[in-house]
Design a protein around this ligand. Structure first.
Ligand code: NDP
Length: 282
């Protein structure tokens, strides 16, 4: 019998891979748990979380569009979650929610450990300023990138992200329309959800690319196709989608809840085998 209950909350949530990933980790580590997907509209989220606790809920993942709401519901939040203003992992401690954001460490772990890429010294361009961008930006700076240019469709959100980072000598904003004047980057990260809309191609000048450029899309499956196609056409040396990050951020959550970090290679290989059918949902 499972001795503890976990869940991922989102809206929609039907396509989330988190239940499958966490059940695989549980089987691998011999930990008995239940992990389900719970659909909660933003207006119903707090009540759904209360009901989950009443039924024995001990921890939860949170995905779009609830990460900011989860942050607001926490009594305590980590420094990383505070920088992001968003929480993707909830831990129940002493009758209260503690909030963490594992997106950034998940991305860095995938790029450095799985793909063997060195992020240090890279000039980086971050496309997007939503919850995911805010989660990964501090982790990239911590991982030793040289500097970070942030570009977003709504420029004010890019400004807010950069202000929160608090390192004006390393992180600054630029406009989409000025990308052709920004020179080239060794790291370009797509943290937008633009590829989730059917028929959206990705357009940016190839002058952003140099001979070392690593292009990363936080999306995976169909939603990653437009940006990754652009990156390949532009001659990026390395091209990585968000599937590995998904598995690694889940492993970080699992470690917070259970005190043991699972091996991620098996789950990653299984999901990679089904890649074409995957729908970005976390
Ligand atoms: P948010 O809704 O918080 O932010 C969406 C971002 O995309 C904003 O910067 C938004 O710009 C931008 N955007 C949306 N549509 C367009 C468009 N047509 N053109 C240009 N920019 C656009 O989402 P998240 O930040 O939480 O997630 C972003 C993506 O990353 C999602 O697709 C999500 O699935 C993926 N993700 C993957 C994870 C993984 O583990 N692999 C983890 C977390 C997220 P604006 O501010 O102007 O609206």
């Amino acid at each position: 019998m499972p001795d503890s209950r976990y869940a991922v909350f989102g809206h929609p949530i039907a396509h989330s891979l988190s239940p499958q990933i966490h059940r695989s980790f549980a089987a691998q580590t011999g930990i008995a748990l239940e992990y389900t997907a719970i659909d909660a509209a933003p207006a119903d989220f707090a009540a759904a979380l209360d009901a989950f606790v009443a039924q024995g809920g001990r921890g939860a993942n949170v995905t779009m569009p609830l990460k900011e709401a989860a942050f607001a519901l926490c009594t305590q939040t980590s420094a990383r979650a505070q920088l992001a203003g968003a929480v993707n992992t909830l831990v129940r401690n002493d009758g209260q929610w503690h909030g963490e954001n594992t997106d950034g460490p998940g991305l860095v772990r995938d790029l450095t450990d799985r793909h063997g890429l060195d992020l240090r010294g890279r000039r980086a361009l971050l496309l997007g300023a939503g919850g995911a961008a805010r989660g990964v930006a501090p982790a990239l700076l911590d991982a030793g990138i040289l500097e970070l240019a942030v570009v977003n469709r709504t420029p004010e959100r890019a400004d807010a992200l950069v202000d929160a980072l608090g390192v004006p000598e390393r992180a600054y904003t630029r406009y989409w329309d000025d990308l052709a004047d920004q020179g080239d980057f060794e790291l370009i990260i797509n943290a937008t959800s633009a590829g989730r809309s059917a028929g959206n191609g990705f357009q940016a000048p190839f002058t952003l690319v140099n001979s070392r450029t690593l292009a990363v899309d936080l999306n995976y499956g169909e939603a990653a196709i437009p940006f990754l196609a652009w990156a390949r056409a532009g001659g990026c040396r390395d091209v990585v989608d968000g599937l590995g990050m998904l598995v690694e951020q889940a492993a970080e959550s699992f470690a917070l809840w259970h005190g043991v970090r699972p091996d991620t290679d098996q789950v990653y290989a299984m999901l990679r085998g089904r890649e074409r059918t995957l729908v970005t949902a976390d």
